[in-house]
Design a protein around this ligand. Structure first.
Ligand SMILES: [Zn+2]
Length: 101
């Protein structure tokens, strides 16, 4: 087994596919989406605390479940994000964003 030190979004999504595609496919889009929502709830709770390690873990879980959901939805996260966020704000086209709050 090869340990990973850094990777692009696409590589992360491919790794998640290798690890979990069978389980994710069996659970389905709705079930996996609901898991993602649970994980985001846990992230919200962690952010209210002071435990940095716990917060890191919840961020990791949230992006892992997002990648799983993208895998079974046929979405390439890296190309989707690059298409929309290509170095400037997609609304005002500026960097940094100049949109009004
Ligand atoms: Zn903007």
């Amino acid at each position: 087994m090869e340990l990973v030190n850094n990777m692009h979004i696409h590589e992360f999504q491919e790794m998640m596919k290798r690890l979990y595609i069978q389980r994710d496919s069996k659970r389905g889009v709705t079930g996996t989406y609901n898991w993602l929502l649970d994980e985001l709830g846990e992230l919200g709770e962690a952010l209210e605390g002071k435990d940095k390690e716990a917060t890191e873990n919840e961020f990791a879980d949230a992006i892992a479940w997002l990648a799983s959901l993208a895998n079974i939805s046929g979405i390439d996260l890296e190309s989707a994000t690059i298409q929309k966020y290509s170095g400037k704000c997609p609304k005002c086209q500026n960097s940094p964003c100049q949109c009004t709050f």
